[in-house]
Design a protein around this ligand. Sequence first.
Ligand code: ADP
Ligand code: ADP
Length: 218
Amino acid sequence: MIEAQGLTKRYGDRTAVDGISFSVHPGRVTGFLGPNGAGKSTTMRMLLGLDRPTAGTVTVNGRSYADFPAPLRQVGALLEARALHPGRSARDHLRWMAASNGLAVRRVDEVLDMVGLTDVAGQRVGRFSLGMGQRLGIAVALLGDPPVVVLDEPVNGLDPEGIRWVRTLTRRLAAEGRTVFLSSHLMSEMALTADHLVVIGRGRILADCSMADFIAQH
Ligand code: ADP
Ligand code: ADP
């Protein structure tokens, strides 16, 4: 479970995230919806301990990590524009990530299978399509078998089949009892993927309800 209380981020006199409070519960897929510039990435970076809030607190499964990033084992994250090394194969990239995070290398083949990249695992990452890159990013997020998974725009650039794949995978992660939080700026994509919705606009929470209730009201 992730809990944000009064979470605020200011850049100079600009308020990117304005005192938001919400919880992300295990066992379901929670979507974080808002237009570009609404504050989604800034919020996610704070949830991941990568950015320090100007005010407010974040706890993940009851623990606060204001002063250090979460290890891959606790929270798996997909962030936009993660640097990949174009000359390395997908398998080598994952092996390197596993080794540098103290994770078992045998997990690499498991996550490659989970994201459907086994057949192309030996190809150079530089030749990957956007969708394959997203799958690889999700594989990195899952390497540590984390109880909490945070994905920033995971369906960005994916075709409808890829979007359905993200839905199937994230539902499976939620059905296993994990906490799954993912962002998107497109309601049409979110409706295919999330069970619960937190909507953000101009740094404030506009809605926090089940997907069914949200669709019934809008
Ligand atoms: P989203 O992910 O919803 O597109 P962001 O969290 O990236 O939104 O941005 C929210 C607001 O904060 C935007 O107005 C953006 O310009 C501003 N912002 C984000 N990061 C920075 C930064 N490092 N410095 C200054 N302003 C920033
Ligand atoms: P992170 O993935 O933690 O954000 P970076 O991608 O910024 O880290 O990489 C940190 C350092 O590790 C850099 O010097 C980079 O060249 C090296 N590195 C990252 N991924 C690989 C890889 N797959 N193989 C070899 N070196 C790598």
